[in-house]
Design a protein around this ligand. Structure first.
Ligand code: GLC
Length: 742
């Protein structure tokens, strides 16, 4: 039956009406419109009150949207290694949800130890999916502050002591988090390289060290990774708090680097309305307001960018120029994340994410010593194994500050080893008692760690049990307690805590087959090293700790990690500790902290001062062996706008497949300004089968030769002689080739 004429007419009318309605949909709501047009349209519709409300927190981790316009709130979440549990509206305490357990991925120092950008990409993708599933718009991570001192309490949260390594890893991490429509918030910008007095220390540093050491990872995150958010740090620089620091935020970040994202304060890092308005803070969180007790219904009105700012605009004290810049940035963040229009759901605690955590950990664990090739342990021989140490049984994903996590599960080293080698073959002795607390932020792991025996009793038990086993695996190191690897505190020394050194020394006397597994986020000293045949640096590796450690010790995975941090023989050998007072004593007034070692951070100091470390930057062994050919270079001279290519053959000379990280360092043999002995400017991780040879190539241009000339305020590569140095670590040099920059 043919449709009646009137039906056709009605259908046509309806179609036009719908089309017109759609055409009238406000631009800011139309996901097909360019973001900049959506921003302008939204701004036109917003009142001043609504604009100001966008710029500060409304709860512990969220800021207001514009309800009237259907613009959603912005939700942030820690942290760089996993998505924090939901907390109460205005508390750090957990909210008691049953659907917010997560996966703890390995610490970022472990990620850095992989020396593998693919692992950084996998990491960012996986954690971004967990953030998206939990409906978070901003992931408060990664942290990329340079490890200037190994006793910084937050070393475990950061990556390495080298700006090039940090820069190479932060870019894929950020890009892959943001692929999920979740903003990465790279932190802490800048110069937050210690915890004591982090809010009152005024860092003094030369422009050379600032530009050559402390800024590169942030610059890469912004200019190459297109980071959508940056977190200001607690400390001061040039006597101005970094959360509203003109030089860092306006001159460098927003002008030089053209950052179009949002500057978020660290929680409580904002201290002034005038400076926050003028110096580039866009989103204020965590300001201490006495927790809703300051005489107003909502203490968030007390925030520096809340009522004080609104009053200032109304009184004419502030123009709306800064206001509109800030609001446009926050709207850009919203239109890039929650209002991007792309339907993505993320995933939480998926098999893929567990596999990713295990793979990253397996690539980040570093084999530091393996005498007599005692490792890997052949499970097929059913060896009797004694596991010793509190870190074999204590959950370490909880605690340590803002990276503390409520995990869905954490496979402990003892359980991982029992699964792999057979529970009947693996016994346990406590060895030492460290921190038996099991709660943080209202979360309780439920573990029963109390043990009231004396240190002597614990040692005697371990020694007795060690006598009749084939191997002793000592799982020790640090934990997340104050004074160890923990935010808000720095360590007092590099020594292992809780009497571990004595226990190790006592055990190895009765059983020489001792393997030390160092579960720590930062370097430690090892006075017993000469008598212990094997050591692995296992970092804090999260939910899959037990599996990853068992994978390595059993040989299921061939270790390929390399140290991203120098392990010093003693603290005084570190640059920051050999130039006078490392940190000021705790103080509420502003105190200066001068980075006197300047550009000689990490291996730069050890190389230039010719100090032998316990284990050097870039060091790590394998269960196979590699040989290097003689490096070659394609031309003896490089022009200023040209490049050179350095090649080197690497061969797997052992009996099993493995991966080697080939490192390229550059030495400026004659410079008008002092420069480090050498600097990392390239690295490649190559997988090689037994007997296989691959040619590794590095093509570098003048940027790899440059230093920051702080009188001319620019980077420059001085003509003259240079050396390309190929190393298996910063100390294990395989070959050098000279070339000339014309
Ligand atoms: C903390 C940390 C920061 C964290 C924030 C929110 O003090 O410095 O890294 O993201 O506050 O917990």
């Amino acid at each position: 039956m043919k449709p009646h004429f009137l039906t056709l007419l009605t259908a046509a009318a309806l179609t036009i009406a719908v089309a017109q309605t759609r055409a009238q949909a406000p631009v800011y709501l139309d996901v097909n419109q360019p973001i900049e047009q959506r921003i302008n349209d939204a701004m036109k519709r917003m009142t001043t009150e609504e604009k100001v409300a966008l710029l500060h927190a409304q709860s512990k981790f969220s800021s207001a949207g514009v309800k009237r316009l259907g613009i959603p709130e912005v939700w942030c979440s820690d942290g760089p290694m996993g998505i924090r549990d939901e907390v109460l509206w205005d508390e750090w305490e957990q909210a008691g949800w049953t659907s917010d357990s997560c996966i703890a991925f390995p610490s970022l120092t472990c990620l850095a130890a992989t020396w593998n950008s693919d692992m950084a990409a996998l990491y960012g993708k996986s954690i971004g999916e967990e953030a998206l599933y939990r409906r978070k718009n901003v992931l408060l991570g990664p942290g990329v502050n340079i490890c200037r001192t190994p006793i910084n309490g937050r070393t475990f949260e950061y990556m390495s002591e080298d700006p090039f390594l940090n820069a190479q890893l932060v870019v894929p991490y950020v890009k892959n988090v943001q692929q999920n429509g979740v903003a990465a918030c790279v932190k802490h910008f800048a110069l937050n390289n210690f915890e004591v007095n982090r809010s009152s220390a005024n860092v003094i540093v030369s422009d050379r060290a600032l530009y050559e050491i402390y800024l590169p990872a942030f610059k890469a995150a912004v200019t190459e990774g297109n980071a959508w958010a940056i977190m200001g740090s607690y400390n001061l620089y040039q006597n101005q708090h970094c959360c509203h620091n003109k030089r860092l935020l306006i001159d460098i970040l927003k002008s030089d680097w053209k950052f179009d994202g949002v500057v978020i304060s660290d929680w409580g890092g904002c201290h002034s309305t005038d400076e926050a308005v003028a110096n580039g803070l866009d989103l204020e969180f965590g300001t201490w307001t006495g927790g809703k007790t300051w005489g107003r219904s909502n203490s968030y009105d007390n925030y520096f960018l809340a009522k004080p700012y609104l009053d200032g605009i109304k009184s004419g004290k502030y123009t709306t120029t800064e206001l509109d810049d800030k609001v446009s940035r926050v709207l850009r963040l919203i239109f890039r994340t929650s209002m991007s229009g792309q339907a993505r759901w993320g995933s939480l605690c998926s098999d893929e994410h567990y596999a990713a955590a295990r793979k990253i950990a397996g690539e980040g664990i570093v084999l530091l010593k393996n005498d007599r090739n005692i490792l890997p342990i052949d499970a097929s021989k059913n060896p009797k194994i004694l596991v010793v140490g509190e870190n074999a049984i204590k959950m370490l994903t909880l605690g340590g500050g803002s990276t503390s996590l409520k995990v869905q599960r954490e496979l402990l080293p003892l359980d991982g080893l029992r699964n792999r080698f057979g529970a009947e073959n693996v016994t346990f002795a406590r060895g030492y008692v460290g921190d038996t607390t099991t709660t943080f932020d209202g979360i309780d792991t439920g573990q029963k760690l109390a043990d009231h025996r004396s240190a002597q009793e614990l040692t005697d038990e371990a020694v007795r049990m060690a006598k009749d086993v084939d191997f002793v695996i000592f799982v020790g190191g640090m934990n997340k307690s104050n004074g160890q690897d923990c935010e808000g505190t720095d360590r007092a020394s590099l020594e292992l805590p809780y009497n571990q050194n004595n226990v190790v020394s006592a055990i190895v006397k009765v059983n020489p087959n001792l393997i030390f597994v160092n579960i720590a986020g930062s370097p430690v000293t090892m006075p017993w090293l000469n008598s212990v045949p094997a050591v692995i640096q296992a970092w804090f590796i999260g939910s899959e700790a037990g599996n990853a450690i068992a994978d390595i010790l059993s040989g299921d995975v061939n270790p390929s990690g390399k140290l991203p941090l120098t392990f010093p023989a003693k603290l005084e050998d570190v640059g920051a500790h050999s130039v006078g007072e490392y940190v000021c004593k705790p103080s509420f007034k502003v105190v200066d902290v001068e980075y006197k070692e300047d550009i000689l951070v990490g291996y730069r100091w050890f190389d230039t001062k010719k100090i032998k470390p316990l284990f050097p930057f870039g060091y790590g062994l394998s269960y196979t062996t590699f040989s290097y050919g003689k490096p070659s270079i394609d031309k003896a001279t490089m022009t200023a706008d040209g490049s050179v290519t350095v090649k080197v053959d690497v061969t797997n000379t052992g009996k099993r497949a493995g991966a080697e990280v080939v490192q390229l360092y550059i030495a400026d043999l004659k410079s008008s300004l002092p420069r480090p002995a050498k600097e990392l400017k390239g690295f490649k991780k190559v997988q090689l089968n037994p007997g296989e040879t691959k040619t590794v190539e590095f093509t570098i241009d003048s940027s790899a030769l440059s230093f920051y000339n702080d009188t001319k305020k620019q980077w420059e590569a001085e003509p003259g002689a240079f050396e390309a140095i190929i190393g298996a670590s910063s100390a294990d040099i395989k070959g050098k080739v000279k070339f000339e920059l014309k």
